[in-house]
Design a protein around this ligand. Structure first.
Ligand code: ADP
Ligand code: MG
Length: 424
């Protein structure tokens, strides 16, 4: 495929012919296209994802479409999201080696990325959590990924000129940012066109939340923070559907929402997805108790945050080479305490903000357009609504009271109390 032909969506039938000469692909899977087996597996909302298997091996070909796959041509979305995904993946690979699939090839005109196939037993993390699987390395892997990518993409680490160039590059990811800005921060709090919720069970609570002035003000403050605080390169969509796992390994995928924004956004979104998994367990209990899984999920949130803090602090002490909090002001004058004080301030700011982002992420997954399978796969609507109600109340509490909550143990104690609340 040459880069000059205009964009054309691939299909299972056309892929071997169109990519048969692509060396990045043939090197890995073999040249004999008559032996290639192609499957389209995209269970995502936006793009095409093909698994291509040949004599020698397999690879994934991910291609953007000029519209939102889930909705169709009526919702156009630019092909350039593939460009941002590619550039985010290469930066994540450099900043947190081994945490993303290896990238073999990128074709900007065809909006396609050829990458490593994460073959079974790799599955999507969300699926594993719904199945009640406890993964021992998960918190550690994700905590390290977040600390490394978020620290190393910021002015704490990068050369100012390079960070500004990246800021400019990713600033053009306007359309995907717009999705976050509307779907996450605004739509859940008014009668937006694409919203849906479990009805009629949640109708009363939905009305209550839309009338909740403190909550709406907080959601807009968080939106402002998201839009105005271009602190680091975010993954931008770091939820349990963007992570693939085996029993012992973890890889992040799908960073097409990558954008310069606040560190707390990725961390908050991710933790929210663990808390939602926690509240949804009651709905998946028919084949045995999920007590152990619930305890595991709370432990994962605490451990992820602890690993994040420890690694971020380690990088602060050893790799603080950017223009912020220069060593010349602190360590070089023998003032290690000053550097530690600044670090504490930064971490406590991230903590307060991540609670806000987490709270509204919970809301938008239950009230907005993009729901998640944790709740959606609970067939009994009343039971699902109970799980969702608890999650919504939890989300409201942590978003509105985020400045008064000081530790993750406090949050997890609250989550456990709400989960056990029998009147809901
Ligand atoms: P979208 O951007 O459309 O949401 P994703 O990147 O999330 O697409 O991919 C959709 C699905 O394709 C994933 O849920 C996963 O099942 C599969 N997938 C994507 N990338 C890979 C990969 N590198 N290896 C194996 N499966 C993958
Ligand atoms: Mg995606």
């Amino acid at each position: 495929m040459t880069g000059n032909k205009p964009f054309e969506a691939l299909s299972v039938e056309t892929l071997p012919k169109r990519l048969g000469e692509n060396e990045a692909l043939t090197e890995r899977i073999g040249k004999d296209i008559s032996r290639w087996k192609v499957r389209e597996v995209g269970d995502g909302n936006l793009n095409l994802v093909f698994i291509v298997e040949g004599d020698k091996g397999a690879a994934v070909v991910k291609q953007a479409l000029p519209y939102v796959r889930l909705v169709g041509d009526s919702w156009p979305l630019p092909l350039k999201r593939s460009f941002f995904e590619y550039h985010a993946l290469t930066r994540q690979q450099a900043r947190a080696p081994g945490s993303v699939p290896a990238i073999y090839h990128f074709d900007e005109t065809q909006a396609l990325i050829v990458m490593e196939y994460l073959s079974p037993p790799y599955i999507i993390l969300r699926r594993a959590l719904i199945d009640g699987r406890e993964l021992p390395n998960l918190a550690r892997d994700i905590g390290l990924f977040m600390a490394r990518t978020l620290f190393r993409g910021s002015d704490l680490s990068m050369v100012a000129r390079e960070r500004k160039a990246d800021l400019a590059l990713f600033a053009d990811n306007v359309e995907l940012c717009d999705i976050t800005e509307n779907l996450v921060f605004s739509d859940p709090y008014f009668d937006a066109r694409m919203n849906r919720h479990t009805s009629p069970q949640l109708d009363g609570l939905v009305a209550e939340l839309r009338a909740d002035r403190d909550l709406k003000v907080e959601a807009q403050r968080l939106k402002h923070l998201f839009a105005a605080n271009a602190e680091t390169l975010l993954h931008g969509d770091l939820h349990s559907g963007s992570i693939m796992v085996t029993d012992t390994e973890t890889r992040m995928i799908d960073p097409e929402f990558a954008f310069y924004g606040p560190i707390a956004f990725d961390v908050g979104m991710l933790l929210a997805n663990f808390w939602m998994a926690f509240f949804s367990q009651r709905g998946h209990e028919e084949n045995g108790s999920r007590d152990s899984m619930r305890a595991y999920l709370l432990k994962v949130t605490a451990e992820t945050w602890a690993v994040f803090r420890a690694e971020f602090s380690h990088l602060w002490r050893t790799e603080r080479t950017g223009m912020l909090y220069q060593r010349s002001l602190f360590e070089d004058q023998g003032d290690r305490l000053g550097a530690e004080q600044a670090l504490d301030h930064m971490l406590s700011g991230i903590w307060t903000d991540l609670l806000g982002f987490a709270g509204i992420e919970v809301h938008r997954r239950i009230l907005g357009l993009a729901h998640n399978a944790d709740f959606e796969t609970i067939a009994d609507q009343d039971l699902r609504a109970k799980c969702e109600t608890k999650a919504l109340r939890f989300g409201r509490h942590i978003a509105v009271n985020r400045r008064q909550i000081h530790s993750i143990d406090e949050v997890n104690t609250l989550a456990a109390l709400i989960e056990q609340e029998s009147r809901i």
